[in-house]
Design a protein around this ligand. Structure first.
Ligand code: PMP
Length: 358
């Protein structure tokens, strides 16, 4: 007789996972909840997709996505050995957590930031300390100096606040922590933040992480990358090669390479989003919202009279999706992705009616 009453509990690594934004699929929806780009990828990417030789899928892809790795290295002016490519920056960051935070000392990151950091720390049993932001949602670099730590992770611009930190402040954090790896997650930097990529040659303990999901309109392809010293990148490669030898698929390598060959398209779409962000911010302010100064492709806004949770639910009735986090300190805020001008004009019109009825 098999005893099925014996508990299996001790076998599992139980974890509270990261909750991604909803992915509803209504033809008429206005989807402003996961910071995707409202514009299609560059025609060069579409072309690379259409000429892709599907028969080649019989073969495994390159172990280190070498074509894409070389293209990214040359685009940003680094040696390929300083670039690590992964399946979205989530993959890159997960590898960094496994590779770089093993000292036993706590990793520091802001209390309000990308909530995946906490999940990876829990998953990999890494101690961490969440550092409160200032009342205006800015990060005080002094909070990251003179504190014993086994690494620092800062999203700049930060999410979901949209607020950027000057590169000079980040440099002061890196300099104060020469024995720790400092990771700057620049997922949104193309929309207005100040990158610390120019300091990579100066600081051997710095890792800059980027994604194709926002400014390159390629969330569906899943491409992210890190640039750091050769030592850091080779340690990351060793960890990655201990998990999965071929994470980057062939179509992603081809299409991701093509994306870097269309600078004019990239700049045009980023500029458009920045312009629409101003329209969105001004429209929200006219309706009485307080909007944090955004350097990203989304805004973080609160209304002094109407609850964010209520607005969030009411917008859904019109199939308009924004993001609301049921969390201390930000429960009264909505994170709204910058869409097209047309989408933002519908959003503002519906918000006006929701706020006036309340
Ligand atoms: N970092 C930050 C700050 C983000 O907001 C996101 C998007 N959710 C990511 C990293 C991950 O993006 P991706 O995996 O699509 O590259």
């Amino acid at each position: 007789m098999i005893d099925n009453t014996v508990s299996l509990d001790s076998n599992f690594r139980t974890i509270e996972p990261y909750t991604a934004g909803e992915q509803p699929d209504y033809p008429d929806m206005i989807k402003l909840n996961t910071n995707e780009n409202p514009y299609p990828p560059s025609p060069k990417v579409l072309e690379a997709g259409s000429v892709f030789d599907s028969k080649s899928l019989r073969l495994y892809p390159s172990v280190d996505a070498s074509k894409l790795r070389r293209a990214i290295a040359s685009y940003y002016g680094f040696e390929p050995g300083r670039v690590f490519v992964g399946v979205g920056s989530d993959d890159v960051l997960a590898i960094i957590f496994q590779t770089c935070f093993n000292s036993g000392r706590p990793v520091l990151f802001p209390q309000i930031t990308y909530s995946f950091y906490e999940v990876w720390a829990d998953l990999y049993r890494i101690k961490y300390k969440a550092i409160p932001l200032k009342a205006d949602f800015t990060i005080d670099p002094k909070d990251y100096t003179g504190v014993e730590n086994g690494g620092i992770v800062i999203a700049n611009p930060n999410a979901p606040t949209s607020v950027a930190m000057p590169a000079e402040d980040i440099c002061s954090i890196i300099e104060a922590n020469p024995g720790s790896i400092v990771v700057i997650d620049e997922a949104y930097v193309d929309f207005g933040g100040e990158s610390v990529m120019p300091y990579l040659d100066k600081y051997r303990n710095l890792i800059v992480v980027r994604t194709y999901s926002k400014s390159r309109s390629l969330a569906g392809l899943r491409i992210g990358f890190a640039i750091a010293s050769e030592r850091i990148i080779s340690e990351m490669e060793n960890v990655k090669n201990s998990i999965n030898s071929y994470p980057m698929n062939r179509p992603s390598i081809e299409m991701g390479t093509a994306s870097l060959e269309d600078e004019a398209y990239f700049r045009d779409k980023v500029d458009r989003i920045i312009k629409t962000r101003t329209v969105l911010t001004e429209g929200l302010e006219k309706l009485g919202f307080k909007v944090l100064p955004s350097s990203t492709n989304f805004v973080f806004a609160t209304h002094p009279k109407v609850k964010a949770a209520y607005i969030f639910e009411e917008l859904k009735k019109y199939h308009i999706y924004v993001r609301h986090f049921r969390k201390d300190l930000i429960d009264d805020y909505l994170r709204i992705t910058v869409g097209t001008d047309q989408q933002i004009s519908v959003l503002l019109e519906k918000l006006e009616s929701i706020i006036n009825i309340e």
